[in-house]
Unconditional design. Structure first.
Length: 255
């Protein structure tokens, strides 16, 4: 059975403050396959690693990232991260470049749920300049975002369509999702963990689509995703996921 790859979601959001350098430095010391993080574009064109389109939830400042210049964003302190500010993409790259951990970069929409101008091309150029394009998978909920990135560059670890529950229902389940993926040239999908069933995984595989998952955060869900042999998943508890994968591998060796 294929070894399921594990990505620390936002570094490891239940272990350390999400998308913080504190969390990324800690994740870099783990035997992860990927680290997952999100990017937005500041008002003056800097690639900011942050989940939300605004600073409000995770920092002591407020406002939409697209409306703020980098000097203003740099004054924000991430909650629980000992005064650290949100990092830039280049800084996150430098944490993981010397390690064996690859990047799983999610490209976000702005506070108006619209694409940031040229964010895909800017991110591709930054990864390429750092020699990390071949070690990066790009994910998004928007197929248009993935198409724009592919126009700019080809990430070495592929592109992943994050398939939200309403979207899965809207497109007509697996058959509709596969048709769209073929149209956009995407070969890996990651539905939310509760939407993952043995039947859906089998259908995706039969269509030649790699199936992963996101929101795989508790021990039971981690075990279920590993038993299904998914290609990869993101988790807020990379410690539990790694331990569970090791335990499963040991059981299979003894069987």
């Amino acid at each position: 059975m294929t070894r399921t790859l594990i990505a620390g979601h936002r570094g490891g959001a239940e272990l350390w403050p999400e998308n913080s350098m504190m969390g990324f430095r800690a994740a870099a010391r783990m035997p992860l396959d990927f680290v997952e993080f999100d990017i937005h574009l500041s008002g003056d064109g800097r690639l900011v690693v942050h989940h939300d389109a605004t600073l409000d939830r995770m920092t002591d400042r407020s406002g939409a990232i697209m409306d703020l210049a980098w000097p203003d964003i740099a004054e924000a302190a991430i909650r629980g991260a000992a005064g650290e500010r949100p990092p830039l993409l280049d800084e996150v790259i430098e944490v993981f470049r010397p390690t064996g951990i690859d990047l799983r970069m999610e490209i976000k929409l702005n506070a108006a749920q619209a694409p940031y101008p040229e964010i895909e091309a800017m991110a591709a150029a930054a990864l390429d300049a750092a020699g990390m394009l071949e070690r990066t998978a790009v994910s998004a909920f928007s197929l248009d975002t993935l198409a724009r990135f592919r126009t700019a560059a080809t990430p070495g670890r592929g592109m992943i369509w994050l398939l939200a529950p309403p979207t899965l229902r809207h497109v007509g389940d697996v058959a509709g999702a596969v048709a769209l993926m073929r149209h956009f040239g995407i070969s890996e999908v990651a539905p939310r963990a509760p939407d993952i069933t043995e039947e859906r995984v089998a259908e995706f595989r039969a269509a030649g689509v790699r199936c992963g998952a996101y929101a795989v955060n508790d021990r039971a869900t981690i075990g279920r995703m590993l038993d299904l042999g998914l290609c990869a998943f993101t988790t807020d508890r990379p410690d539990l996921a790694l331990a569970s994968r090791d335990a499963l591998a040991g059981e299979r060796e003894r069987a």
